[in-house]
Ligand binder design. Structure first.
Ligand SMILES: Cc1cc2nc3c(=O)[nH]c(=O)nc-3n(C[C@H](O)[C@H](O)[C@H](O)COP(=O)(O)OP(=O)(O)OC[C@H]3O[C@@H](n4cnc5c(N)ncnc54)[C@H](O)[C@@H]3O)c2cc1C
Length: 338
């Protein structure tokens, strides 16, 4: 394990922000993670863990240790007539795990095809897309407790998954390094194609009885057409979460803005698409210096090349303030701002 000094983090974040880390280390095994925690006394150090860097906005040089997770391996650990339990190490590319599942006809992850990043970060915000979240198939994860270097297991309920939320963004923040995640996938076909864009794409292709691969291919096609590729245009996907507002507030807004979309979560709460709110405020496709909101998807803030993290952060704050002034709705970042 080599600890490098003063390393540019530009290749390690999908926004492509060029800041330096005072120290940089790659970890390839659970033992290396444990050594880092104990011998290097990680609990007392400033640290930042990197999977694929696709949910991070770096606003300044990092005067601590950047830790790049590179633990690899995907294994079937158990199966019965109906289910299979797949354990993936935290440095595996998320999409590779999805492709492994699709190749083997293991159902449950196909709607999450092509989400950037690594397996270890997936539970952090309970990644989700097209009507599916990882909490639906998540069995457990193993993490190294930073304070002690000991291995700890978190079952599904213990992770306190919510909409882009988990215990690891809250009370367990900065306390664990996730080393593996186990999913319970179904051997029997149980596809979720209700989401409008998926059923439309399948219909266009004339597919009435889709296979798991058809659904995965449809998701890949939709995502590729809608979202900017970070390799071409730096971004971190959806910058903000979709706000959940009180039904009374939604009803009042509906009178003023009849086209406002809303998805009731229960009798009290309605989820409103943040992208719609941002678009109404005139940010869609608007470029400010080296940054802006994407032309096709206002929720995605982009780096046109040389943006600093602070420029993007300033735009995010401007968007938040404008949405609040216009609609009285507070939108909060989904991206981790460092
Ligand atoms: C084009 C694009 C589209 C996207 N679409 C979606 C989408 O549809 N749905 C969705 O939910 N997200 C989406 N995202 C966001 C992102 O892909 C996910 O949040 C992904 O899980 C982040 O993985 P990562 O490895 O890149 O995490 P990173 O950005 O490296 O890290 C994210 C957070 O997790 C921590 N972390 C990372 N690995 C570990 C570990 N092993 N142990 C402990 N902490 C760790 C980091 O310190 C950081 O706080 C998208 C991003 C992009 C760029």
């Amino acid at each position: 394990m080599v600890i490098y000094q003063n390393i540019s983090l530009k290749p390690y974040n999908t926004f492509g922000i060029d800041v330096n880390a005072a120290q940089f280390v790659r970890v390839n095994t659970i033992e290396e993670v444990q050594v880092l925690c104990t011998t290097f006394n990680l609990a007392e150090r400033k640290k930042l863990i990197f999977g694929g860097g696709s949910n991070l906005l770096l606003t300044q040089d990092f005067d601590g240790m950047a830790i790049k997770i590179e633990l690899n391996g995907i294994n079937k650990i158990k199966e019965d007539d109906n289910f299979v339990w797949i354990k993936a190490m935290s440095g595996e590319v998320w999409h590779h795990l999805v492709m492994y599942a699709v190749d083997n006809n293991y159902y449950g992850l196909e709607n999450l095809s092509l989400i950037p990043g690594c397996v270890g970060a997936a539970p952090m915000q309970n990644i989700g897309a097209y009507g599916v979240e990882i909490k639906d198939t998540f069995e457990e994860l193993t993490a190294v407790e930073i304070e002690t270097g000991k291995l700890v297991t978190f079952k599904n309920e213990e992770c306190k998954f919510g909409y882009r939320e988990s215990i690891f963004k809250n009370e367990a923040k900065d306390k664990y390094i996730i080393v593996s995640v186990t999913f319970k996938l179904s051997k029997k076909g149980n596809l979720n194609t209700q989401y409008g864009a998926i059923s439309d794409t399948l219909k266009q292709k004339g597919i009435a009885e889709p296979s798991i691969r058809d659904v995965s291919d449809a998701v890949i096609a939709i995502r590729s057409s809608k979202l900017p590729d970070p390799k071409v245009l730096g971004n971190s996907g959806s910058f903000f979460k979709n706000p959940e507002i009180h039904a009374n507030q939604y009803d009042a807004l509906k009178l003023k803005y009849p086209t406002i979309p809303g998805y009731p979560l229960n009798t009290d709460l309605v989820k409103v698409p943040a992208g719609w709110l941002i678009e109404q405020c005139g940010f869609k496709g608007k470029r400010i210096g080296n940054t802006g909101a994407h032309k096709d998807q206002a929720l995605v803030l982009v780096n046109y090349g040389e943006a600093t993290g602070n420029e993007i952060f300033a735009l995010a704050k401007q968007i938040q303030a404008t949405v609040f002034e216009t609609f009285g709705i507070k939108i909060t970042p989904e991206v981790n701002i460092i």
